[in-house]
Ligand binder design. Structure first.
Ligand SMILES: [Zn+2]
Length: 306
């Protein structure tokens, strides 16, 4: 399925909440956008159940952060600033944040939230978005959600469903002309390879690592690591990622975890963002263990130039 020569490449990054696009694969979207790829971030929920996670956050003038509607409005404002920092377009699917259930036993999920919407109903607006935007590549989370938030798992489920169904004219009637994306990736920003490399470099520089407990707990348990297939070099776009993170002022503490790695060290040690190729409809070269793809459009770009 060659891409016509003059047709721009298109990348769709599907995320659960506003701020996820800034903490997972953010520099990759900024880089592709800067290179002329059309990039659309799709956000499944409005982030209405996120608490204030930044102690220095002040609710903007004319806004409130108590009601579902108030939080939605604040987070829309933050999202618009983040999209601007990344240079991408952004679209809401309109579902309501499920919140992260905590306690033992876990409380039931709130009525009407994203995680409780049946799969076909939850995937339909994403199928419509895929058929409208016609991405060649989609990124999302792995089946575990990457971390066990019900909206992250659901984000995987609807993305996987949309990748499989959007090209089938018999599925999801009434949501536009069929379009088959060519590759599906999972975001993996915190592989143990990255954590260890950064952790050792920070300790080597005589600084305190934010990953000490993380490394120790992983060393103590055998947790299977998902495979990383792709390292996209994006160090030039870390400043865009950082500006986008900071834009989510209610969620991201500028003195907190996401800013705990010295940026010059990060550029030296881990100038990439990591992905796992989950599905491909284009032929790709065989790679030996330890060899990585460096472009989400590999196999698609070559067809453009052929
Ligand atoms: Zn999230």
């Amino acid at each position: 399925m060659p891409v016509p020569e003059r047709e721009p490449l298109r990348l769709m990054a599907v995320h659960a909440h506003p701020d996820d696009e800034s903490s997972k694969g953010a520099a990759t979207t900024a880089r592709y956008a800067a290179e002329g790829v059309e990039v659309l971030v799709v956000t499944c929920t409005g982030g209405e159940r996120g608490d204030i996670l930044n102690p220095s956050f002040e609710v903007p003038e004319g806004y409130e952060f108590e009601s579902i509607e108030g939080r939605r409005a604040v987070r829309r404002l933050e999202m618009a600033r983040a999209a601007e920092a990344l240079g991408v377009r952004q679209q809401w699917l309109g579902f309501v944040d499920s919140g992260l259930p905590e306690g033992d036993p876990l409380p039931p999920l709130p009525e009407g939230c994203f995680a409780l919407v049946p799969l076909e109903e939850a995937a339909a607006p994403l199928v419509r978005a895929v058929r409208e935007f016609r991405p060649h590549v989609i990124t999302t989370y792995d089946p575990s959600g990457g971390y066990p938030h019900p909206d992250h798992i659901k984000c995987h489920d609807v993305s996987f469903e949309a990748f499989a169904a959007a090209g089938d004219p018999d599925r999801y009637p009434g949501t536009g002309e069929p379009w088959q994306p060519l590759k599906l990736y999972y975001d993996h920003g915190y592989s143990m390879n990255r954590i260890r490399a950064v952790h050792e470099a920070i300790e080597g520089a005589g600084l305190e690592s934010p990953f000490g407990e993380w490394v120790a707990s992983r060393d103590a348990r055998e947790i299977p690591e998902r495979p990383v297939t792709t390292l996209v070099p994006v160090a030039d776009y870390f400043p865009n990622r950082d500006a986008a993170l900071t834009a989510h002022a209610s969620q991201i503490d500028p003195k907190g975890f996401f800013f705990a790695v010295p940026r010059d060290l990060e550029v030296d040690v881990w100038p990439w963002e990591e992905f796992e190729l989950a599905e491909s409809r284009v032929p790709l070269p065989e790679r030996a263990a330890g060899e990585y793809e460096d472009d989400l459009f590999e196999g698609i770009r070559s067809e453009v130039r052929a």
